[in-house]
Structures are given as C-alpha cells and as structure tokens.
Design a protein around this ligand. Structure first.
Ligand SMILES: [Mn+2]
Length: 168
C-alpha cells in the first residue's frame, strides 16, 4: 500500500498537481490524503489520481482556512494494510506549540500514523508508538523543500515513512 499525504495548498492547485504527479512517477498511489487548508484543491487532482488508479481512496479534512467546505470532516480515520491512520489539520490540537494533544488523540483512536499540517513545517517523528507526519505546505514550494509525505505499508503491516522533496 502506498499512501501519500499533502497539506496546506491554500489554493495553489498547480503546485498540488506537480506534487501529485511526482508521487505518481513511482509505485501506484492507493491512498491520497490532504491535511487541510486548501482541501478543495483536491478536486483538481482527484481525476489524475483516478486515471492512474481507479480504486484510489482520497481523504481530505477541513483546516482553519477552509471556509464553505462542510462536505469535508475535521477528522478522518482509515485503515491501510491493517494499520489505522488518522488525518486532521492540527489547529484543534494546538500543534504550533505542542504535540501532546495530538498524540493523546492518536492513542484514543488507536491510530499508529497521524497526518497533520497547519504549521507549514514538515515533520517526521516516531514517538510513543505513533508516526507524527506533517508534509509541510504545498503553498511553500518556492521556499520549502518537501512536497509530500509517503508511507508504505507492507503485507505484514510494517510502516515505512518518508518526506519527499520537490523534484524541480
Ligand atoms: Mn492552518
């Protein structure tokens, strides 16, 4: 299973498309996650993801800058290869100052992988049996160096997570 996570595109559909297209150059994408702030930008890349894999699962959550997007939840929980994963923007868990609340939520939902955004800073950390993964901000393409996060889950449920750089 290949899962990709992107965040904080803030309307930069072209950058989001570039990130998704670079992710599609490798193994097929099974699940695509948007961690909020620009969650509606997902609509522009869903057809590209579906062209490559008709069975792709796409999850998006609402961020603090996502207005009139109540079709998206603020929390998503899903399983990939037997591993439970959680998606949230992060503002409700105060991620700009600490990860305690986010970790507590992950534990309460039984999530082993947490995708979030909001800080516009990429992070990949394994702590208290949880992978905390922030892919940084797609909208920071010119100043940041991370385009998206990639998580591979093998048949035995082993997780491998990486932060992936912009190709150009
Ligand atoms: Mn935000």
């Amino acid at each position: 299973m290949k899962i990709i996570a992107l965040s904080d595109s803030h309307g930069n559909i072209g950058y989001l498309r570039d990130a998704v297209e670079s992710a599609l150059r490798g193994a097929p994408v099974d699940i695509c996650v948007h961690c909020g702030d620009g969650v509606r930008d997902l609509e522009a890349v869903e057809p590209i993801l579906r062209d490559a894999n008709p069975n792709v699962r796409v999850y998006g959550v609402r961020g603090n800058c996502d207005f009139s997007t109540f079709q998206y939840p603020t929390l998503e929980l899903f399983e990939a290869g037997g591993v439970r994963m959680m998606v949230t923007h992060g503002h409700q868990y105060d991620v700009k100052t600490q990860y305690e609340a986010l970790l507590c939520a992950a534990h309460s939902y039984g999530a082993q992988v947490v995708f979030f955004g909001h800080t516009h800073r990429s992070l990949l950390e394994y702590t208290h049996n949880v992978y905390l993964i922030n892919p940084g901000a797609v909208c920071n393409r010119l100043s940041g160096n991370i385009a998206y996060a990639k998580v591979m889950v093998d048949a035995a449920g082993n997780v491998r997570a990486d932060l992936m750089k912009w190709l150009t």
